[in-house]
Design a protein around this ligand. Structure first.
Ligand SMILES: Cc1ncc(COP(=O)(O)O)c(C=O)c1O
Length: 462
């Protein structure tokens, strides 16, 4: 069978249902057929190149087809492609854990493998819940999560998710989480950031949102088992960057009330925010952390839920005590994925991309401000490490959003593909979620093209 573009599109149109896509939007247009990639670029079936400005759904870390990662995967095929992980173990899982231990706080010492970000979160929720059950504190059954949070699309993750557009319909299928306001500085009802949010560190703030969270914790302290947050960056909620101090206060509150703290680092992990893990920027250690996406540098599905000895010990008992953690997936700790994850961690240890990328990150942030701050349709500019975002508004003074029917973000996305970029929006937030191999030259090209696209689309709709 020859896979020419026409044939691929025929099959796609007739049989394939794509994720997070209103398929009717594609009635008169084709999805982009990608036939290869290298570094920061995706190659299309009609010979064009696109900057992969969203790191293939926030997963790619060192660019596409990195030679060391390719080699690790090819070599692994000489040994073992898959084996069950219950009662069995293998060297590649051990290497991942041993290398990760060099990056994670020592208090996080027990590693539970699974196979994607949502499962890492499901594991964390069930683990936190059962921790209290196993200890006999059976009233602790509730989770506290943030509005605008996103933790995945399986039903436990949806229960703690707060992006209404995605989750509203499924509420009858989920459990009810307690919800605290998101630290969304640009749209803070108490103390809106006077200027652009940037990295949220210079904001003069009384942390009203933390006070609200604390009042919820206080009211429900003996029924809550854990608080779950995405540290420093509410990603799918609109690339909302918030201050490290928020996390320090949150840790203090959860300690004071004896509640577990879960960090979902599925999107923020592996250098994306400029430190290996976002929690490092706050110097805060949670009780459970969820990892995926960048764990294999974006090559293969793999996830980890990492926790403390204390939580692990609450499950460790004679079989008949019924404290076993009944959770597992077919592809838990898949050896191919583990081999690539180990090679990814070796790259971090040997090539030190985060130290070497300091100037590039500074350039990125400076250029974002230089290019976008003068545009009347740019309400907010925020950034953290290799993530940058602009929130587009109809009226900058009143921070008034564009009417949803204008579909500004979607139009920009479509126009960006013509400019050789992938500006996949979150509503009217346009963002860049770049791999660590990005250069100043790439950034300049990407941001200049992005600005051209936005000027054009906003010009057409105004
Ligand atoms: C913070 C966060 N948690 C969990 C997930 C879910 O990961 P997955 O799509 O691999 O299930 C995502 C995905 O975008 C995420 O951003």
């Amino acid at each position: 069978m020859r896979w020419d573009k026409k044939r691929i599109l025929e099959i796609d149109r007739r049989h394939i249902w794509h994720p997070y896509t209103q398929m009717k939007d594609y009635e008169g247009r084709d999805p982009v057929v990608i036939t290869g990639a290298r570094g920061l670029k995706l190659f299309t079936a009609d010979g064009r190149e696109l900057y992969d400005t969203i790191s293939s759904w926030w997963a790619n870390i060192h660019g596409h087809l990195h030679p060391a990662l390719n080699r690790a995967l090819a070599e692994q095929l000489e040994h073992l492609e898959h084996v069950n992980f219950s009662g069995f173990t293998h060297p590649w899982a051990a290497e991942v854990v041993e290398r990760l231990r060099a990056f994670l706080p020592a208090a996080l010492s027990r590693y539970f493998f699974s196979d994607n970000g949502s499962t890492a979160v499901e594991v964390a929720l069930k683990m936190a819940f059962q921790y209290w059950q196993n200890r006999g504190e059976t009233r602790r059954t509730r989770f506290l999560a943030l509005r605008e949070a996103y933790h995945g699309d399986t039903l436990g993750a949806v229960s703690v998710g707060g992006v209404d557009l995605f989750f509203r319909l499924y509420r009858p299928l989920t459990f009810e989480a307690l919800r605290a306001p998101a630290p969304y500085c640009y749209r803070c009802p108490e103390n809106p950031s006077p200027d652009f949010t940037r990295d949220a560190e210079d904001i003069d703030c009384n942390f009203h949102c933390v006070a609200v969270l604390e009042s919820i914790v206080k009211e429900h302290c003996d029924e809550i088992c854990a608080v779950i947050v995405e540290p420093r960056l509410l990603a799918a909620g609109g690339m909302i960057v918030y201050p490290a101090e928020y996390l320090r206060r949150l840790r203090e509150i959860t300690r004071r009330y004896g509640i577990l703290l879960i960090f979902d680092e599925v999107a923020t992990g592996f250098g994306r925010t400029g430190t290996m893990f976002a929690m490092e920027s706050a110097g805060v250690v949670p009780d459970i952390v969820c990892l995926s996406k960048g764990l294999t540098a974006g090559y293969l599905p793999l996830a980890l839920t990492v926790t403390t000895e204390e939580i692990y010990r609450a499950f460790y008992a004679d079989y008949l005590e019924g404290k076993t953690f009944y959770h597992g997936h077919t592809f838990t700790a898949n050896p191919l994925a583990c081999a690539v994850a180990a090679a990814n961690l070796r790259l971090f240890q040997e090539e030190r991309p985060l130290e070497r990328g300091r100037r590039v990150r500074e350039f990125f942030h400076r250029r974002l401000l230089e290019l976008f701050s003068g545009r009347p349709y740019v309400g907010d500019i925020r950034y953290l490490g290799y993530v940058g975002a602009v929130e587009l508004v109809r009226d900058r003074t009143g921070r008034e959003p564009f009417p949803p029917e204008k579909r500004v973000g979607f139009r920009i996305y479509m126009a960006s593909l013509e400019e050789g970029l992938v500006l996949r929006p979150l509503g009217d937030v346009i963002y860049w979620f770049l791999p660590l191999c990005v250069t100043e030259g790439d950034l300049d090209e990407i941001l200049t093209r992005s600005l051209r696209v936005m000027d054009r689309v906003i010009g057409e709709i105004s």
